[in-house]
Design a protein around this ligand. Structure first.
Ligand code: HEM
Length: 461
């Protein structure tokens, strides 16, 4: 599971790595996600050259600054900019196919089917993604105005996002607590934070096998870059509240049930450390709130093996398989969108609300897709048969979540769908030198967006 020790890991080139890969966002913030179609590749490259100095690297993320800005490209976007054919072919097949084409792997069927996604998500018009984050809404004004004046591109989608001061997403849980620590970064790991080789997340560095994974070619394009999957998910908060009320005998029992879905109390306190009662101080304390394992709880009496966080990162809980957990880690950057459903409301108000996630890593298939397909949307790996993630799984009214207890376990049945995919896309988040390289591609080489492969050989799944 472990590669070379920290001492042999090269220092990360912080001033070349886009900041959102390595740096935590503020605890609360406002943000805007913008998606563009490239209409005029030559003008787009001129625009990008102007934007380059404003893109926030991991080296200048911490400075007092009104906003941070990061830029990513879809396969079609890279093709539009004129990335040569052999270089396009060096990207992974799932990236070239795009998220919508991977619907079978991701379980995006039925209500989650790309045919039901919000346009233009999953379509041919998404070429460039821009993420702007500010501590205060005023901080967004200048960069968003500037983004509106970019030449050569057309804004096809805008999503206003944010994390409130409570740090909680719409279902009411504190999010953004657990994350792998990258060896070679300047941060020290927090208690309980696993250190992982940087090549798991960034091209140009050793991964858990001890050698750098093959990245996009030429090297100047791949180095310090990574894949980025963004996924917009609608949250049916009223349905979740109703399910808790209908299946618990008191408000306290509802809170425990909610915690058994996620593996943490809504305050963020982990069930592994606070199995019977919430402990908000623990939930808010980064020195304690992620410092736990599962080996002392093999049956899931504290944290059900099907709970969201135990599925998404089984830590040391997979004793009966040889799966190396560290090769399936993802870096997550999540933010809420849409108005909160007021407390106590149990009927849906029709508002569009949910989470937009950004998942970062060097392998979409081994990381984001694996977690989604094998750990969240199936139960086999944890001896749970066909059970799916109780909160975000592709449940349809017949879902089941087993909550072990003594003397008898509880089987929650009739789980509806609480989360519906609204769309998403696979992008490449280049290093800053690579971004500059992209802006210098000859204009004559710019081609219309080619149709990427739509089906994957079984061996690539
Ligand atoms: C609406 C959708 C989702 C919601 C509301 C949600 C909510 C949460 C919450 C409340 C936590 C606990 C806080 C933390 O440990 O940081 C968490 C952790 C996590 N989630 Fe999700 N999540 C969602 C979707 C996803 C998806 C699609 C994935 C991956 C494909 C994912 C992967 C993870 C991972 C890896 C963790 C950290 C687990 C750990 O290291 O202990 N989540 N999520």
């Amino acid at each position: 599971m472990t590669g070379p020790t920290a001492g042999t890991v090269p220092a990360l080139e912080l001033d070349d790595i886009q900041g959102t890969v390595l740096r935590r966002r503020p605890d609360d913030y406002h943000g805007v996600y913008l998606l563009y179609r490239i209409d005029d590749p030559a003008a787009t490259k001129r625009s990008l050259r102007e934007v380059l100095p404003k893109i926030t690297s991991a080296a200048d993320w911490e400075l007092p600054r009104p906003y941070t800005l990061n830029v990513a490209f879809t396969y079609r976007g890279l093709a539009r900019l004129g990335v040569p054919e052999d270089s396009l072919a060096s990207f992974s097949e799932e990236f070239r196919a795009g998220m919508a084409a991977r619907k079978e792997v991701l379980g995006d069927l039925g209500a989650n089917d790309p045919g039901n996604w919000l346009p233009p998500l999953g379509g041919a018009d998404v070429h460039i993604g821009v993420m702007i984050i500010a501590r205060a809404p005023e901080g967004l004004r200048e960069p968003v105005d500037a983004a509106g004046r970019l030449a050569g591109v057309n804004l096809v989608y805008r999503l206003d996002v944010g994390v409130p001061v409570t740090g909680r997403e719409h279902f009411g849980f504190r999010d953004g607590i657990s994350s792998p620590h990258l060896l070679g970064s300047t941060d020290a790991p927090l208690p309980g934070q696993d250190s992982v080789q940087p090549g798991e997340f960034l091209f140009g560095y050793p991964d858990e096998s001890g050698t750098p994974p093959p990245g996009p070619a030429p090297e100047v394009l791949g180095r310090n870059g990574c894949y980025l999957a963004f996924r917009q998910m609608h949250a049916d908060v009223a349905a979740f509240r109703r399910y808790l009320r209908d299946n618990a005998s008191s408000p306290e029992a509802e809170e425990l049930l909610a915690a058994k879905f996620v593996g943490r109390w809504r305050s963020g306190a982990p069930l592994a450390l606070a199995p019977d009662h919430d402990d908000p101080e623990l939930g808010a304390d980064p020195m304690r709130n992620n410092d736990f394992r599962y080996h002392e709880d093999p049956r899931g009496l504290r944290v059900p093996r099907g709970a969201h966080i135990r599925r998404a990162n089984p830590r040391d809980g997979l004793t009966d398989t040889v799966v190396a957990v560290n090769i399936h880690r993802v870096l997550r950057r999540g933010a809420a969108y849409g108005p909160p459903l007021p407390d106590g409301i149990l009927e849906d108000d029709g508002a569009e609300r949910g989470i937009i996630f950004v998942f970062l890593g060097a392998s979409l298939s081994r990381q984001f897709e694996f977690v989604q397909q094998v750990w969240l949307n199936d139960g086999d790996f944890a001896g749970l048969g066909a059970e799916r993630d109780p909160l975000i799984g592709d449940n349809d009214g017949t879902g089941v979540h087993t909550v072990p207890a003594t003397p008898v376990r509880r089987r929650l049945t009739g789980l509806p769908r609480f989360v519906t995919v609204r769309g998403g896309e696979y992008c490449f988040l280049p290093g800053l030198t690579a971004l500059k390289w992209l802006t210098t591609l000859p204009d004559t080489a710019a081609k219309p967006a080619t149709t990427p492969p739509t089906s994957m050989p079984e061996s690539d799944r």
